[in-house]
Ligand binder design. Structure first.
Ligand SMILES: NC(=O)c1ccc[n+]([C@@H]2O[C@H](COP(=O)([O-])OP(=O)(O)OC[C@H]3O[C@@H](n4cnc5c(N)ncnc54)[C@H](O)[C@@H]3O)[C@@H](O)[C@H]2O)c1
Length: 310
C-alpha cells in the first residue's frame, strides 16, 4: 500500500515539475536581487572571472576578488570601480594551496563578512598529452581545478548553513562531462569538480533540506586565451564561444538559481547521446567533430607551447 501511495506521489510530483520546467521555458524565471550581496569570485584576474565580476558590479554586489595574479586582479578591481559606487576587496591567493585558502578566507570573513555567493572559477590547463604531463602539473590541475572548491566550500558553507541562504557556483566544463583527447588531466579534474558540486547539490537540498542554491556550469571552448591555439573543425556548428556571452549567460543563470548550465545549450543533446550510443558510434562522432585535433595547436597562456605546435 505504502509503495502505491509513494509511487503515485512521485509520479504526481514528476509531472508537476515537468510542466513547471516547460512553463519556465516560455515565461523566464524572475531574477534575484544581488545588490549588497557579498560575491566572491576565484580567478577574477582575467577571462570570465573578470567579466562576471563586472556584471555583478553593475548589479550593486560587493565584490571579493581572488587570484594568484595580483596585477590582473587589480585591473579587474579598477574596471569594477569604474562602474561607480562599487565596494571591491582584492586578495592575492593561490587557490591550490589549502593553508592559504583557509588563511585568506578567514581574512575575508573578518574584513568583509560572510560570503553570499561563492563562484569557484579559477582554473588551469596543461594542454599536454597524458604521458607528457609532468606529475607536478597533474597534481596542480587537481589542486586548482577541484581541491580548491573543497577548501572554499568548507570555509564559507558553515555561515551559509547558519543563515540558511547562499549560493555555491562551480565552473566546470564540457570537458567535465565528455572525456577529451589531449585534456586527460584537465577532464579528470573537471569531472571531479562536477561530481563534487552535484553531490553537494543533493546533500544540501535533499538530505539537509537547506535553502542554499548550487549552480554547475559547463561551457565549451571560450575565447579567453586559456585555450589559445585550439581550433574546432566546424566553427559554424561548434564555434569557440565569445567570453562576454558566456559571462552574461552564467550571471543570468546564477540570478535565476539555475542548477545546471551547459553552454551552448545544444551540447546537452551530445551529453544524452553519449550515454546511449555505442562506443564505436561515439568514436565516429568524436572523429567527425575533430576531437583528435582540438588540442593539436594548443598554446594556451604559455607562449613556450608554441614551439611544440609549430
Ligand atoms: N576558456 C575555456 O575555453 C573554458 C572552457 C570551459 C571551462 N573553462 C573554465 O572556466 C574558468 C575560467 O577560465 P578562463 O577561460 O576565464 O581562463 P583564464 O585563464 O582567463 O582565467 C583563469 C584565472 O584563474 C587564475 N588562477 C590560475 N591558477 C590560480 C590559482 N592557483 N589560484 C588563484 N587563481 C588562479 C588565473 O590567474 C586567471 O586569472 C576555468 O575554471 C576554466 O577551466 C574555460
Amino acid at each position: 500500500m505504502d509503495t502505491i501511495v509513494d509511487t503515485s506521489a512521485f509520479l504526481g510530483k514528476f509531472l508537476y515539475y515537468f510542466l513547471e520546467s516547460v512553463i519556465y521555458k516560455v515565461i523566464p524565471k524572475k531574477k534575484k536581487d544581488v545588490a549588497g550581496e557579498i560575491v566572491l569570485i576565484t580567478g577574477a584576474g582575467s577571462g570570465i572571472g573578470r567579466l562576471m565580476a563586472l556584471h555583478f558590479a553593475s548589479l550593486g554586489a560587493i565584490l571579493v576578488l581572488w587570484d594568484i595574479n595580483e596585477e590582473g586582479n587589480m585591473e579587474t578591481c579598477r574596471l569594477a570601480k569604474e562602474k561607480g559606487g562599487v565596494k571591491v576587496f582584492v586578495y592575492t591567493c593561490d587557490c591550490g594551496n589549502r593553508q592559504e585558502v583557509y588563511r585568506v578566507a578567514d581574512q575575508v570573513k573578518r574584513e568583509v563578512g560572510d560570503v553570499n555567493i561563492l563562484i569557484n572559477n579559477a582554473g588551469i590547463v596543461s594542454g599536454k598529452y597524458f604521458l607528457d604531463i609532468p606529475d607536478h602539473m597533474v597534481e596542480k590541475s587537481f589542486l586548482v581545478n577541484v581541491m580548491s572548491h573543497i577548501w572554499t566550500y568548507k570555509s564559507f558553507l558553515p555561515a551559509m548553513l547558519k543563515a540558511n541562504r547562499g549560493h555555491l557556483v562551480c565552473i566546470s566544463s564540457v570537458a567535465g562531462k565528455i572525456g577529451t583527447s589531449g585534456l586527460v588531466d584537465y577532464c579528470a579534474s573537471k569531472f571531479a569538480a562536477y561530481g563534487l558540486a552535484e553531490a553537494l547539490f543533493y546533500e544540501l537540498t535533499l538530505t539537509k533540506k537547506t535553502n542554499i542554491k548550487t549552480t554547475i556550469v559547463c561551457p565549451f571552448f571560450i575565447g579567453t586565451g586559456m585555450f589559445a591555439g585550439c581550433v574546432t573543425k566546424y566553427p559554424l556548428l561548434l564555434p569557440v564561444l565569445d567570453q562576454n556571452y558566456v559571462a552574461q549567460t552564467i550571471v543570468n543563470g546564477i540570478l535565476k538559481d539555475e542548477v545546471f548550465i551547459v553552454i551552448p545549450k545544444f551540447v546537452n543533446f551530445a551529453l544524452i547521446l553519449k550515454e546511449i550510443i555505442s562506443p564505436k558510434m561515439n568514436l565516429a562522432l568524436a572523429k567527425y567533430l575533430g576531437m583528435e585535433t582540438f588540442m593539436a595547436n594548443f598554446i594556451g597562456r604559455h607562449p613556450e607551447n608554441k614551439e611544440r605546435s609549430d
